[in-house]
Ligand binder design. Structure first.
Ligand code: SAM
Length: 193
């Protein structure tokens, strides 16, 4: 009945994202979230996928191909550099973005997302979300460095103005070993910067 965190994140994305929309997977990893986003936006939509590791992008490309998805914009760069890659027509027109933080499962566990680049990317994406758009953070905090990233992100999202954003936290409080949890941020109105 109660969804695990990743299925819950995917449910939110599937409820919101429509055919033709523009979306971002900020941490492609093995491509599970990219695939969900790709299926939601279909042929006419746009998916930006970021990862700093070639191995992750190869696996994401492979997963998309196996599932008969079209080619997507898979970019080997930090999500913090999003603006170097975002097309002008996609400015302020992002429907959804997801971050799955931490290390690549099955990969090098020393390569992890870091607080500053995650925060930089979150801020840029929030600016470019459209009204009603959603940014999801799946926060893993059991690994070294994870609790620091968690704390910095929680401090930031708790500071977001209630009139501008709804911020939801979803996770299980009786699981052992630092279970992951979700922060979902819905943009309520366009802001002038
Ligand atoms: N969403 C993925 C999936 O469905 O399999 C899992 C993502 S994994 C937990 C985290 C990924 O973030 C790793 O592949 C890692 O290389 C990537 N990463 C770390 N720092 C990054 C950065 N600054 N920009 C983009 N990706 C980054």
């Amino acid at each position: 009945m109660l969804k695990r965190v990743i299925p819950y994140a995917h449910t939110l994305l599937k409820e919101l994202v429509q055919v033709g929309d523009t979306v971002i997977d900020a941490t492609c990893g093995n491509g599970h979230d990219t695939l969900v986003l790709s299926e939601c936006v279909a042929e006419t939509g746009t998916v930006y996928g970021f990862d700093i590791q070639a191995q992750a992008l190869e696996e994401t490309r492979r997963r998309l191909t196996v599932h008969n998805q079209p080619e997507r914009l898979l970019i080997q760069d930090s999500h913090a550099n999003l603006l170097d890659h975002l097309k002008v027509q996609d400015y302020h027109n992002i429907t959804a973005a997801i971050f799955n933080l931490g290390y690549l499962p099955g990969g090098d566990k020393s390569i992890i997302t870091t607080p500053q680049s995650t925060l930089d990317a979150v801020q840029v994406i929030l600016e470019h979300l459209k009204k009603g758009g959603l940014l999801i953070l799946v926060i893993y905090h059991g690994h070294e460095g994870g609790s620091d990233e968690r704390d910095q992100l929680l401090t930031y999202v708790q500071s977001l103005e209630q009139k501008d954003y709804d911020v939801l936290q979803y996770g299980f409080v009786n699981q052992k070993n630092n279970p992951p949890f979700i922060i979902a941020i819905e943009k309520k109105r366009m802001l002038i910067y």
